[in-house]
Every structure is written in C-alpha cells, then in structure tokens.
Design a protein around this ligand. Structure first.
Ligand code: ZN
Length: 270
C-alpha cells in the first residue's frame, strides 16, 4: 500500500511540475509587462524589451542566467551581455573570451551584443575587491549608450558567493539608490537559493513558483540542452564538478528575480 502511495506522490509531483511549466509559458509575458510597466491593455511587443545581463566572468551567462536568456531570446527581445572581466584568473583570458562568444551564440546572443571588459582594476579574482564606483560607471555608461530598459544581474549573495558577483550587485544597487538609472529602466537581481534548492535541478521549480518573486524564467528539456551546449563551449572550465553542476543545478532550469529598489531620479545626470 505504501509503495502505491509513494508512486502516487512522485507522479503527482511530476505532473505538478509539468502544469507549472505549461502555465509559466503564459504568465511570463504578464510578469514582463509588470516589471516593464507596460499598460495591461497593451500587447507586449518584442521591441519593448531591451535587456542587459551583467556578469563578472565568461561562463556566468550560461551557469546562472541561461533560462532567462533563452526565454527572452524566444520572445525576440533585444538581449545584450556585459561581462566585466575576461576571466583571466588562470591567464586564459583570450581563450575564455572566445568561449564566451561561442556560448552566447548558442544561447542566442550575437557577438555584436556582447561586451567584454578588460580593465586592470577589474581582475577575475575573488580576493580583489572591485571598486563600486568603477563598476557603476562602466554599467551606467552601457545602459545609457544602448537605452536598456531592463538590467539583470546577481543579488547580494552572488549565487556562488564570488566577491566579483557581489561587487556587481553593490554597483547596480548603488546606481538604483542614487537615481542614476533612466526612468524606464528596471533593475532585477537573480535570487540566490540555498544549497539543497540549488542542487535538485528541475525538481526545485514548484518552490520557485510558490515563493514570491517578480520574474520567474524556466526552460524545458530543449532549453536545458541549449544551456548544456553553452556550458560545453567553456572548455577551459570543464572540470569534473562542472559536469555535476550541469546535471544537478537548478540554475540550468530556473531563474527567479527580485526588483532592486530605486531612489528618486538624479535629474542633473540627464
Ligand atoms: Zn562568475
């Protein structure tokens, strides 16, 4: 009897995940309209979404943001990537730059929309504290140059806790609180989840669905294959634990975001 009960519970859980996934395809547009402040009576046009993903290292884009990039590209949104270092920790910067471009191509971001910063004060190094004012100024110049209306980056825990990820969050939060971001631009941070949630793959989806967030992006098996292919582009990083990450990380399937608060706009800047 208990065996039947276990089978029933497991099957019900999988059916629940499938239902959430199907429903998500419809609710994603609604969530995007909310965060972009598009009036409810108007259809969301692909031209409405000009998104910038800000990362610290080549491979962050597919390790952490793949479901979001894949979903936005599917909606024909204009998706750009700003990577603030070449990932030169092991002196493989040139190779990693090319790997990043290859990965972005797999995810649907053309090379013309990828900017890789090579600045001596922004090394790929968890022990180096990146300057908030320097990172802020690089990001805000990029936002203004391309008129982005959505910036997505790490939250205060940086998903993996890497100091460079956290520095980007501090910089974007600073831009928001000091009113330096254009009026129509929303700032979103990728939610860091705990260890167990992080490594239960797509089984985590119901929790992300139930817990409050302003945007949830999830992909199915096809999106997972795409994210996996992008991960394999980073050949210099494919150590054994990366394979475990690909197999078990929830970030290969699910992203959730929270709004980064913004203060009154600093009109002198515009
Ligand atoms: Zn990173």
């Amino acid at each position: 009897m208990s065996v039947y009960l276990v089978v029933f519970v497991v099957l019900s859980y999988f059916v629940w995940i499938k239902c959430i996934y199907n429903r998500h395809r419809r609710t994603l547009v609604k969530s995007l309209k909310n965060v972009l402040d598009v009036s409810p009576g108007r259809e969301l046009d692909s031209a409405d979404i000009r998104a910038l993903i800000v990362t610290a290292h080549p491979d962050d884009e597919c390790m952490f943001f793949a479901p979001t990039i894949i979903r936005l590209v599917e909606l024909n949104a204009s998706v750009h990537l700003l990577c603030l270092s070449e990932g030169n920790y092991y002196h493989q910067g040139a190779q990693r730059k090319q790997e990043l471009l290859n990965s972005c191509a797999v995810l649907g971001i053309p090379g013309s929309r990828v900017t890789i910063v090579d600045h001596k004060k922004l090394p790929d190094d968890p022990k180096t504290e990146w300057s908030v004012s320097l990172v802020s100024s690089v990001i805000v110049k990029h936002i203004r140059a391309h008129s982005f209306n959505m910036v997505l980056t790490f939250d205060g825990r940086g998903v993996s806790g890497h100091a460079n990820h956290i520095a980007i969050h501090k910089a974007v939060s600073h831009l928001g609180s000091s009113g330096q971001v254009p009026n129509d631009c929303c700032l979103l941070s990728l939610v860091t989840v705990g260890l167990i949630r992080k490594y239960i793959s797509f089984l985590e989806l119901p929790l992300s669905w139930l817990l409050p967030s302003c945007l949830l992006c999830t992909t199915g098996s096809q999106g997972y294959r795409q994210a996996k292919e992008a991960m394999f582009c980073h050949r210099t990083q494919l150590l054994w634990f990366r394979h475990l990450y690909i197999a078990f990380s929830r970030y290969m399937f699910v992203n959730t975001f929270q709004i980064i608060p913004q203060g009154p706009k600093n009109l002198k800047i515009y």
